[in-house]
Design a protein around this ligand. Sequence first.
Ligand code: HPA
Length: 270
Amino acid sequence: MIKYITESTEYLQNKGFDKPEIGIILGTGLGQFINEIDIIAQASYNHIPNFPTATVEFHKGKLIFGTIAGRKVIVMQGRFHVYEGYTLQDVTFPVRIMEKLGIKTLLVSNAAGAVNLDFKKGELMLIDDHINLQGSSPLAFKGVSDLGTRFTDMSVPYNTEINTKIESIAKANGIKLHKGVYASVVGPQLETRAEYRMLKIIGADAVGMSTVPEIIVANHLGLKASAISVLTDECDPDNLKPVNIQEIIEMANKAEPHMITIFKELIKEL
Ligand code: HPA
């Protein structure tokens, strides 16, 4: 793993990815954020040595380096999911690369279903805590202790200081922002009614198929991490409508400007 990390990092450094400070992962339907960046360099995932290759066609699959408000950022346009057949180590490999390049902070976004029925589609949820239901850990591999502490503390996986900033930015901009617990499942199938009931009982407010592995690795590496869910559908087990992935993407696109405002303002304050 260390050899792979070094190779990929050197490739990007040679392409002009020069000491980014903040890493950003853009979720499904949330790619427009790249329009906010003064782009300095970019690399397609399929050109970066050792990178998994993007398979889901609505993910463009690019790493972008540039500045926002004078801050150096590296942005993943599109991410890897376990449901595409990747391992949790593959899914989180880019986080390790971004850290090696220099980031100290990781901001993550995703599209998620609202399990808490007080939350409505089109609204945002700041992730306060999570439940890992993906069946394994991105830290469950042999060489993990060469890269950080094996028994990584997860008592505060999402940075309190950043979350406080996000909440005040949302307030100042009139953006409705819930706060809650995100549960990550493998997917790609959506949940059954019984599964939504279970998710509610165990304390989830939202459910999705990403983010948790990336946050675990961010904590493993000592990065400050924060994440926002764009709620794209309402998961009411007593009135469940068939989910349409196109609708999920459309809803993410609709809520995207709010997420962009929050990230943009936050970067100025970090
Ligand atoms: N489950 C339910 N609804 C969703 C999900 C999910 O994983 N992602 C986006 N909307």
